[in-house]
Ligand binder design. Sequence first.
Ligand code: ATP
Length: 305
Amino acid sequence: MENVLATKDLCKKYGKHHILNNVTLDIPKGAIFGLVGRNGAGKTTLMRILTGLAEPTSGTYSIGGIMSNDRKILSVRRRMGSIIESPAIYRNLSAYDNVKLQYINLGMTSYETIPELLELVELSDTGKKKAGKFSLGMRQRLGIAVALCGNPDILILDEPINGLDPQGIIQMREILLRINHEKHTTILISSHILEELSKLATHYAFIEKGEILQTLSSQELMSKVRKASRLKAKSTSLLCPVFDREGIEYKVEDEENMDIYSDITTSKIVALANEAGTEVISVSENNESLEGYFMNLVAMKDGIS
Ligand code: ATP
């Protein structure tokens, strides 16, 4: 797959502080690329560099195959929309006028696509209401409409879900999925909560203290975060031979507890336990959480650094 955004050994220092260390990323065309890191990990700094708001100390990046040291980078950057930190909107203007102003800034002279854009971000019915009176979610969605003016190929969104209520999060997710599916826009989106990105991201990079800990696709992540049923029984050792015979995948924790990875009903587990001559005490879900997976990665880094 073609990469529309890539970084190579990108470093950023503020004074003596290393904020980004050799960040190398490849963001495929059409991806929803989740950049996941705790507060202060360096997500905003990376996005500021990609959007031209900050210069790297060393290393390079490319947008649409154009290298950062090429003069053409300025023109390809016009194919990129972004919200960094907070949306660039005027609070004393309506949603329509905010978008119109951005059309004017971009030198666009026809405004007939504005209603369609407002419809996409679910702000069609806000009329003359000024953006300053909007909820946080509405302001974020207006920011996305402004970032989408000129139909960019890439959208860079810094924590757009931050502070939204559960309903707002779902609405934002659906809008971003629509943008990605209908406009084929590549989206780079950051969050400090992996769970929030997991319902839309196709790829991930985990960042901590300015370093990329891991990059992987959503399929790879899901296969690492295994679903399991936690079985509590009188004797797990009696169960093992029966489970082996049935081809059931499991991991024994101790004599009373085991995790079962195969898709198997509780009644089947009970029947097999009876056959093995032991008793089931309880069966419950024991999924490794996405957040747990991420925190393990971070803990491993802390262990080595
Ligand atoms: P958050 O979600 O809290 O914004 P983040 O992952 O986006 O976290 P950054 O905003 O990139 O992190 O900040 C990374 C580190 O760089 C932080 O320790 C921050 O204090 C520092 N930093 C960012 N900008 C500057 C600056 N202009 N001068 C000095 N230090 C900075």
